[in-house]
Design a binder for this molecule. Structure first.
Ligand code: GUE
Ligand code: MG
Length: 281
């Protein structure tokens, strides 16, 4: 068997067209366009690539982009003052502070300073709590994007055995909450999990967010499973790869996402979705 590729890029393009029409509807009715402030601190090259992708998506969809950039030496108090200004600016609907932040800044304090109704990353404890209690408002973009991508490619969740490998605050944990909300029997694995290979082998839906190239061996995958690779690792030759041993996994899986062109474009798209939602609620 050779798995069918789940084309996240093309699903993201379709969703972006839909969002573009919605934004056109908003502006045609005389209201201002939704507006997203993106705050980038320092010179991390990967962060620059990701934030650039987000700003380009704003342009494509007709969202007003407020690009803000700060030196790596900015203090916590200065960054908090910037967030306070944006919290109180009625022309700003969404605030995104790109992570990671430099060591002198406490990212938890920054995330908690963002008004929950402008928290388009869905990282504020209010928004994570809403998701945990099955009343989601602004949902973390990557897990939300995975669910949307799978739904649009025909996947069902009700009663199915799903596994998440990786339990980070921003990806693995909310991914588990999304799968529960969708009705899957959900297992979240992490660095203390014993017999990871056996856990993976039981799953009909395997979602991986670890950040280690080739960490999930292809022969762990159950025949016919759906595999979603959230990892983005840059190899010494400059190429991107995921966390799953792709060439072997694709011989066993029924469907699998590529890296790049899988989850990444969906993350950016759900950020746009959240920005339009924040502007219209
Ligand atoms: N506050 C915050 N919110 C985030 O949502 C956030 C963050 N910080 N920090 C870093 C991670 C990572 N992330 C990605 C976004 C787009 C791609 C993306 O567009 N990926 C392309 C390839 C990009 C490339 O060429 O490097 C793809 O997979 O096809 C990937 C990763 C958002 N994150
Ligand atoms: Mg996000």
């Amino acid at each position: 068997m050779s798995a069918k590729l789940i084309d996240g890029k093309s699903i993201a393009d379709t969703l972006q067209q839909e969002l573009r029409s919605r934004v056109a509807g908003i502006t045609a009715s005389g209201r201002r366009a939704p507006a997203l402030a993106t705050l980038l601190v320092g010179a991390d090259p990967a962060s620059h690539v990701y934030v650039r992708n987000k700003r380009l998506a704003c342009e494509r969809i007709g969202v007003r982009s407020l690009p803000l950039e700060f030196g790596s030496g900015i203090s916590q108090a200065e960054l908090l003052a910037e967030i306070e200004r944006l919290n109180n600016d009625p022309e700003v609907d969404g605030i995104l502070v790109q992570l990671p932040l430099p060591a002198q800044i406490d990212s938890t304090a920054i995330i908690e300073a963002i008004r929950p109704d402008k928290d388009v990353d869905g990282f504020h404890p209010y928004n994570l709590g809403r998701l945990a209690q099955r009343q989601p408002v602004l949902r973390p973009c990557t897990p939300f994007g995975v669910i949307e991508m799978l739904r649009r490619s025909g996947e069902t969740f009700y009663g199915r055995r799903a596994i998440v490998v990786g339990a980070s605050n921003h990806v693995g944990r909310p991914m588990g909450l999304e799968l529960l909300l969708a009705g899957a029997t959900t297992t979240v694995c992490h660095r203390f999990t014993r017999d990871l290979a056996d856990e993976v082998a039981r799953a009909e839906i395997v979602i991986v967010a670890v950040g280690k190239p080739g960490f999930i061996k292809g022969d762990w995958i159950a025949p016919g499973a759906t595999v979603v690779d959230i990892g983005i690792n840059r190899l010494p030759d400059g190429k991107l790869c995921g966390d799953v041993e792709f060439d072997v996994a694709r011989q066993r899986a029924a469907r699998i996402t590529p890296v790049p062109g899988g989850v990444g474009p969906m993350t950016v798209t759900m950020l746009m979705h959240n920005t339009v939602l924040a502007a219209t609620r």
